[in-house]
Design a protein around this ligand. Structure first.
Ligand SMILES: Nc1ncnc2c1ncn2[C@@H]1O[C@H](COP(=O)(O)OP(=O)(O)OP(=O)(O)O)[C@@H](O)[C@H]1O
Length: 380
């Protein structure tokens, strides 16, 4: 653990436990914090979303876990990131390389950042398996075909010999997921994995992640700005604002009864919560730049509940509120504000779908292990 990490808000049996994380970037103004006092817990096999507007620090937090922050202009200045009880901060690049891929894998919004256009999809997955598991080329290839089949690539043995450009967007995303799970990592970090995909393909990818989670027991940290996806997929959520978590908790209670005005504002601006004829309630203003953080509560300048002399004083800590929930709002903690629900017409929490969604994905052609080729998936 680095200096200045405050006491843990964690439960003690986490797969991933981030505590008091502070990440700084070098800017013209000097070392500038972009993530501060970040806390996050993820249980083995659990799913947690990291949500918030653009620039809130979601990706930086995820990259810190993987040890992939740019070395030339960033540093972790405080805190702790434990994975399976083992401190990741301070590990060498060589040690982190061993952890990445084998223990923790990441999938990105754009699959071509992970897939190399000059090698076949099968070769790339097999190479990952060979490096991390030390198996023979033959076994590694067999594993590549197996995982491509698992993620629903039709005729996997044949398609493994194709280059990424001959796959559609949905299939590339599946191929990247196949590569990331090939070594059965305990944790998958998915950064906006469905944002670039159309809605039906998106639903199929989420259903795939859900199935992998239940079949392989992989925990998922999902970085997204899409609360509908969070409601669909995650058990727990961490809401980030201006570089810090402002509310955490189980998805159902947090969506039904937010404990921070920022969460309430995000929920109120969900299109599916607005009744026909109602205005979309967007949060006025913008996320402050890292060099211009307000003193006191960072959300106060945009908050309709903010009070002078209360919200512009000391910077508020993240306070446990019971029921596995916490908030950084001093007015909620003090009991001055008790009902943050968005307007009545916006109260319906996006339904958590009980049924798998994979059938809704045109890139899927049926049960993943028995699929047949589909022209919508084939570009070449
Ligand atoms: N390489 C970098 N150099 C300097 N500042 C950076 C760098 N990467 C990120 N930042 C800053 O860190 C802050 C958090 O960025 P981050 O990408 O984590 O936000 P985010 O919540 O993931 O946003 P988005 O949803 O747009 O991806 C932002 O203010 C951003 O400008």
């Amino acid at each position: 653990m680095l200096d200045d990490a405050p006491h843990s808000l964690g439960t003690g049996d986490s797969l991933l436990a981030i505590d008091g994380l502070r990440v700084e970037f070098r800017t013209e103004a000097g070392w500038t914090p972009v993530v501060t006092d970040a806390h996050l817990d993820l249980a083995p096999g659990g799913t947690r979303a990291l949500v918030g507007e653009s620039g809130s620090g979601k990706t930086v937090t995820a990259l810190a876990v993987l040890g992939l922050l740019p070395k030339h202009n960033s540093r972790v200045a405080a805190g702790s990131i434990e994975f399976g009880g083992d401190e990741l901060l301070g590990k060498s690049e060589r040690q982190m390389q061993r952890i990445r891929g084998r223990e923790i894998a990441m999938i990105f919004q754009e699959p071509m950042t992970s897939l190399n256009p000059v090698f076949t999809v099968g070769e790339q997955i097999a190479e990952t398996v060979r490096i991390h598991r030390g198996t023979t080329r033959k076994r590694a290839w067999a594993r590549a075909v197996e995982v491509l089949d698992l993620v629903g690539i039709p005729a996997a043995a044949r398609r493994a010999k194709d280059y990424p450009h001959s796959f559609s967007g949905g299939m590339r995303q599946r191929a990247m997921i196949a590569m990331s799970i090939a070594c059965e990592p305990k944790l998958l970090i998915a950064d906006e994995p469905t944002t670039a995909l159309d809605v039906t393909v998106q639903a199929g990818i989420l259903a795939l992640l859900r199935r992998l989670r239940s079949e392989l027991g992989t925990a998922v940290l999902l970085v997204t700005h899409d609360l509908g996806v969070v409601a669909d997929f995650c058990d727990e959520v961490t809401v980030m604002y201006a570089g810090e978590p402002v509310e955490t908790g189980p998805v159902g209670p947090l969506f039904a009864d937010p404990l921070h005005p920022y969460t309430s504002g995000l929920l109120a601006s969900l299109p599916q919560r607005i009744a026909p004829g109602d205005d979309l309630v967007a949060i006025p203003g913008m996320v402050p730049r890292p060099e211009q953080m307000p003193v006191g509560c960072r959300f106060a300048p945009r908050c309709t509940h903010a009070r002078a002399g209360v919200c512009d004083g000391d910077h508020p800590p993240l306070v446990p509120m019971g029921g596995d929930r916490s908030t950084r709002c001093v007015r909620v903690v003090g009991g001055d504000v008790t009902d943050l629900l968005p307007p009545l017409s916006a109260r319906a929490v996006p339904a958590r779908r009980a049924e798998p969604l994979e059938a809704a994905d045109p890139t899927d052609t049926g049960t993943p292990n028995t699929t047949t080729p589909d022209s919508t998936e084939t570009r070449a």
